[in-house]
Every structure is written in structure tokens, then in C-alpha cells.
Design a protein around this ligand. Sequence first.
Ligand code: ZN
Length: 246
Amino acid sequence: MQPLRVTVWGENVHEHKNPKVGAIYPRGMHSAIAEGVRELIPGAVVTTATLQESEHGLTVEKLAATDVLTWWGHMAHNDVSDAIVDRVQKRVLEGMGLIVLHSGHYSKIFKRLLGTTCSLAWREADEKERLWVCNPGHPIAQGLGTYFELPQEEMYGEPFAIPAPEEQVFISWFEGGEVFRSGCCWRRGNGKIFYFRPGHETYPTYLDKNVRKVIANAVEWARPAGVWIDSCPNAKNPPEKIGVKK
Ligand code: ZN
């Protein structure tokens, strides 16, 4: 079996603007996310790509050689070129998996694929998050307890303006009382999409062992099961003769 090819995409802006973020993630958030996937899926080929690279590091060749793409962005969503969004969407429809993290809920690619505004309520107050596993048999929940906690996170609350998830894996509760659908699955075309909420840049969330486990599980879950190249063929030669009286 061909090794799983994972591309971890990072906006890579906060790390250079906010010293607090740079101190937690000295090599960038994308490097920490990639490190977690490498650690938990030793056979995978894990590379990173960032906004600042030519074509945001997502050339046609790179995407063709990507089985699962993870996406973290926040302040520079609008700097992502529409041509690259088109390209990523096409690959998801063909079968590439996509894991959208935290503030990626407002990325162009997530909104494009889901077709809704993807808005939510939010608050930065250093509060505790408890992630409840609401689907213990799901592949993305394997190896976790009934819940896990992050001591400090940004709060995301409902209403979360997404189409109803096809599968719900986690629901978060926050110290302030809000709840949020924090682990959601969809399929678009032949590709699988997972949204995972935690990951505000000023907290060491991507160093957390449970968060790393969820991302690794999601990467394995989203691995393509096949490829469907959309072509809209004119079916001129039907398998049965049409109009012949029986
Ligand atoms: Zn955030």
C-alpha cells in the first residue's frame, strides 16, 4: 500500500506577528501539527506548505500528490488566491481528504465546500474547554476517553452556521456555559471533510496529546478510498438498444 501523503497547510502569520504565538510555536503552528501526525502515523509522508510560498505551496503537482490536506488559517483568509481555492475544491471532489482546523471555519475553501457562512459566536477569556465524544464508535474518536479537556482555549459557541453534519464526533462545553459542535464530518463529491474546533494560536493546543490523536485519526479517516475524476460524459452507446419493440 502506498504511504499516506499528508500536506499540513499553515497561514503562518500570527507566529511572526505575536511573540506569544512565536514562543509556543517557534517553527510555526504547521510544524507542530505536522510533528503530531508524523509521531502518530509513522508510515505517513508528512510535508508542510504555507501561504507565503509560491502558489501558497499548493501547486497542481503538490495537490495531486496529497491524500489528505489539513488547513489552519485566520487573519489572512482573504490573501488566499481564488485560483488555489478552486484547485483545492477540485481535489476534494476527486477524493482528497480535508481537515479544517479552528479558525479555518472562515477560510474560503471551507465556506466554498459547505456553501454556508460558517459563522459562530466566540470569546477570548482563557476558559476551559471540555470535548465530549458523542460518537464513541467513530474512527476519529478511537483511543480517547468519554471526554477530554483543554485547560485554556478560545470559546466558540452556537449557532454555528454550517449544513447539518453527516456525522457528529465531538461536542464541546466551555467554562462560560456555551456548547459547540466541535467535531463534524461531511462528504463532498468523493472527498471527506472533517472540521475540528480547538487550536487558537495563543494556546499550546497542537502540542496536546488528545488533540494530536484526533487530528491523526481524522487524517486516517479522510484517506481517499478511490478517485473520481468528474468528466460529464455523453453516453452515446447505451448498454441496451433504445426504442426496439419487444
Ligand atoms: Zn482563534
